[in-house]
Design a protein around this ligand. Structure first.
Ligand code: FNR
Length: 181
């Protein structure tokens, strides 16, 4: 069983990205154990705070380092990934020389009501996560357009084809972790 730290880039209680993360958790529960980073507890990045680092920051870095892999589930805001994800990336990358993301197996996905299903956001996020020296799964890719009812409250994906594709994707990530852990 691989430990996966999940970073959901939305704080909304009704977040479709949180629903997608829950669906992926359910589809891989025999291979992956998810824990969810509390990105809402992080202060906005401020270099001065390293003088006395906030507990949420030290916890994030420890959680990244203890995980076998990280999974980013991002909304798309104005054709990029959310500021909540950006803030977590910055905190995890510092202090200089202590980049917690380095060498970490990672995968990126996201959900939007829009037809491109976070493709623009994911492309930008991928370039930054690669810069941070994580080992990012290139294929397959999962861009999800989420309409009302696609993911039920119990995190079941109600469309059979979509469920099969999502299952293949998260199992490919489990295989990727097997290889790169
Ligand atoms: C959006 N949304 C959006 N959707 C998209 O597909 N491409 C985009 O560029 C944007 N831009 C955008 C900007 C801002 C400021 C907001 C608030 C929203 C819509 C977005 O995908 C939608 O609100 C999702 O439901 C957000 O994800 P969560 O919170 O449901 O996980």
């Amino acid at each position: 069983m691989h430990k996966v730290l999940v970073l959901v880039g939305s704080l909304r209680s009704g977040s479709i990205n949180r629903k997608l993360a829950g669906a992926l958790e359910k589809l891989s529960s025999d291979r992956l154990a998810f824990t969810y980073a509390k990105l809402g507890d992080l202060p906005l990045y401020n270099d001065e705070l390293w003088n006395d680092p906030p507990a949420a920051v030290t916890k994030l870095k420890a959680d990244i380092e203890a995980a076998d892999a990280v999974l980013f589930v991002t909304p798309e805001y104005n054709r990029t990934y959310s500021s909540i994800i950006a803030n977590a990336l910055h905190w995890g990358s510092r202090p200089y020389g202590k980049n917690s993301w380095s060498g970490k197996p990672a995968a990126i996905t996201g959900a939007s009501p829009g037809a491109i299903g976070t493709a623009a956001a994911q492309a930008l996020l991928r370039s930054v996560v690669l810069h941070l020296d994580s080992v990012v799964m290139g294929q397959p890719e999962l861009y999800l357009q989420v309409k009302e009812g696609l993911i039920a409250d119990d995190h079941t994906i109600t469309n059979e084809g979509t469920e099969k594709f999502a299952s293949g994707w998260i199992n490919a990530f489990a295989d990727f972790i097997d290889k790169h852990k």
